[in-house]
Design a protein around this ligand. Structure first.
Ligand SMILES: Nc1nc2c(ncn2[C@@H]2O[C@H](COP(=O)(O)OP(=O)(O)O)[C@@H](O)[C@H]2O)c(=O)[nH]1
Ligand SMILES: Nc1ncnc2c1ncn2[C@@H]1O[C@H](COP(=O)(O)OP(=O)(O)O)[C@@H](O)[C@H]1O
Length: 205
C-alpha cells in the first residue's frame, strides 16, 4: 500500500499558517489529515477542544511528556505546545497524508525524527507585514505581539534548514505553491506518479 506524505507547515506566529491551512483544506483535490496539537494555552473565542487543539493543563501535558506520547513539544511564550505521536504514525501507515502546522522549534525536532517529510517554511513578505498581521488579527496584547515579532526574527534565520520556503504574499498563491510541493513529495515518497498509484491499487484488488 502507498504510504502517506508527512507535510509540515511552519513559520513565525502571524505569518498566516492557519489561514493558508484553512484555504488549502478547502481545495477540492486535497485530502490531508490534520494533526491536532495539544496545548496549555487558553482557548480563544470560537476555538473548540479536540478540533483546534486538545486544551489541557500543565500537569496533564507533563504527564504526556513523561509517558513518551509526544513526537515533539516546545514551550512558546509561556505555554506548552506539542504533537501527539501515535496518531501520525498510524495515519501515515494507512496511506493518508498528514498535515502538521507547528512552530519552528517543533518542526525542526520533528525533522530530526522523521526526515522523510516535506518541511515547508512559510515566510512573510517582510517583518513589517508580519507585525501588521499580528496587530490586524486582534487576538494578542501589544506586549505579546512584540514578543512574537522578536521570536520571528530568530525563527526566520532557520529557514535554510527547511526543504522548501513559501512566501505568503497572497493566500491563494501560497496554497498553489504548497500543492505543487506535495505533488513532488508524493512522487519522491512512493517513487511513482500518483495517477499510477490508483491504477496499481486497482490491479492489486
Ligand atoms: N512545537 C509546536 N508548536 C506548535 C504546535 N501547535 C501549534 N504550535 C505553534 O505555537 C505557536 C503559538 O500558537 P497559537 O498560540 O495557537 O498562536 P498562533 O499560531 O499565532 O495563532 C504557533 O507558532 C503555532 O504554530 C505543536 O504541536 N508543537
Ligand atoms: N497573505 C496574507 N495577506 C494578508 N493578511 C494575511 C495573509 N495571510 C494571513 N493573513 C492575516 O494575518 C493574520 C495572521 O494569520 P494566521 O493565519 O492567524 O497566522 P498564524 O497561524 O501563522 O499565526 C490573520 O489576521 C490573517 O487574516
Amino acid at each position: 500500500m502507498k504510504r502517506g506524505v508527512l507535510i509540515v507547515l511552519s513559520g513565525p506566529s502571524g505569518v498566516g499558517k492557519g489561514t493558508v491551512r484553512k484555504a488549502l483544506f478547502e481545495e477540492p483535490d486535497i485530502d490531508f489529515t490534520y494533526s491536532i496539537s495539544m496545548t496549555t494555552r487558553q482557548p480563544r473565542n470560537g476555538e473548540v477542544d479536540g478540533e483546534d487543539y486538545f486544551f489541557v493543563n500543565r500537569n496533564e501535558f507533563e504527564e504526556n511528556i513523561t509517558a513518551g506520547n509526544m513526537l515533539e513539544y516546545a514551550e512558546y511564550v509561556g505555554n506548552y505546545y506539542g504533537t501527539p505521536k501515535s496518531f501520525i504514525d498510524n495515519t501515515l501507515a494507512s496511506g493518508h497524508d498528514v498535515f502538521l502546522e507547528i512552530d519552528v522549534q517543533g518542526a525542526l525536532q520533528v525533522k530530526e525524527k522523521m526526515p522523510e517529510g516535506a518541511y515547508i517554511f512559510l515566510t512573510p513578505p517582510d517583518l513589517q507585514a508580519l507585525k501588521e498581521r499580528l496587530v490586524g488579527r486582534g487576538t494578542d496584547d501589544p506586549e505579546i505581539i512584540d514578543r512574537r515579532v522578536a521570536a520571528a526574527s530568530s525563527e526566520i534565520r532557520m529557514m535554510s534548514k527547511y526543504d522548501y520556503a513559501v512566501v505568503n504574499d497572497e493566500v491563494q498563491l501560497a496554497v498553489q505553491r504548497i500543492k505543487d510541493i506535495v505533488k513532488v513529495e508524493r512522487l519522491r515518497v512512493n517513487r511513482i506518479l500518483p495517477e499510477y498509484i490508483a491504477m496499481i491499487e486497482e490491479l492489486e484488488k
